[in-house]
Unconditional design. Sequence first.
Length: 457
Amino acid sequence: MFYYTRGARRGQFVPAGTVVPLYADEDATEPADVLAADGVSSLPETDDGIPYVTIGSTFEAELFRFPDGSDPVVYTRVGPDGPMVPLYPAADGRIDQLAAAVAGSVSGTVVRIRDEAGGAVRSSILGGGSGNAIADDVIDSTIVGGGTPGRENVIGNGIIANVGTTSSNVPADPADLRGTAANHCTVGGYDNVAAGLKSVMWSDHSAISAAATHSTISGGSDHRITGGDFVTISGGTFNTASATQATIAGGGNNTASGQYSFTAGQNNTVSAAGAVALGSANTVSGASALAIGQNNKAEGNYSTAFGRYARARVYGQNAMANHRFAQDGDAQTSVITLARQTTTATATILGIAGGGTAYDLLPSSTVAFSLLLVAREGATADCKSWRVEGMMRRPASGNSAVVGTPVITVLAETSAAAPWTLSVAGSSIGTLHFLVVGEAGKTISWVGRLTLVEVAV
């Protein structure tokens, strides 16, 4: 605060709005080398070219940035006859003093505080064991524990290939740590490298690459996040994730490379968008597909594989198994929804997902099938339903063929739907064809539930 020290107004505060010129010397011959508080802008100047600040309503002068140096000082006086008074920056407002004060409160900690353009103060706290490193172009990042030579924690462009070995994670030239923009990171544990923006790591022997942002490893060891945004590994060991919003909830040796994929357990692989695997040694490569159990494969989009050794190969297939003879899916049951619309009296394949794609048998396999089918024309409400049961086989190569005569039963029908028909046939490409015939000029919707019991040996 500014107040008068002599004369009739001694002890009174200097009025708000009073100009406070800033000089470099006690003789008031040189202007002070000062800037505005943002560290960039110049202060206003008097007619004599002297920078100045003004007294505010609290009787304090505006903040300004002092000259560089270890002990900066400027001089001022209020009025032409006032005494020359030295001004010093408050020790607790100086960047170097603030860094020293914070570092001194935590043994072994180095605090790097940087005053940036615009007046923003950015800091990084380097704590933990010996050898840990934070790139000097990184801001607002913290290492809070662990680390020994050869097992260092690093924020920045650390040597990820060395994580999990006894070789140093820190480049020989500290300048090589720069360039990752690994800002706002927090690392605990030991032997970790966080190179991605806003990485959070509480782990050992783990790494988050610069290609990954806003990602988290919250436990366990030997994990890698190699790409994507908002990726999470919650625990376990030797897990790898590489796609946006992929999550590994725990377990070991899991791989999540599909966007929004999720897995928990051991040795699971989820590689498609929205894929989910729970259990052990499951592989999910279909979009939004699901495998639960052990050694299951969900390959078709939106398919599910349950139990052990089940293989859902086609779109929307629900496969279940608990045994195999030689390969996954060679001893299983399945349920598939078939659907199609017709507007003609031509034989049309009742396919998967509303199209003409039929279920294809594995080579050297036999399938017992049961189809419950309903058809309806919306304009007239005419409808008909069937049940068909039979068997089809496919050799190691060649056509699929119906064995015997399928049993086709009409369950119910309206009189106008009597001409609508259903038949079963094999094909030269090994598929199971259900052929439906409607009527010309009528839009008929067909939906069926296909149950399969399959053996392939």
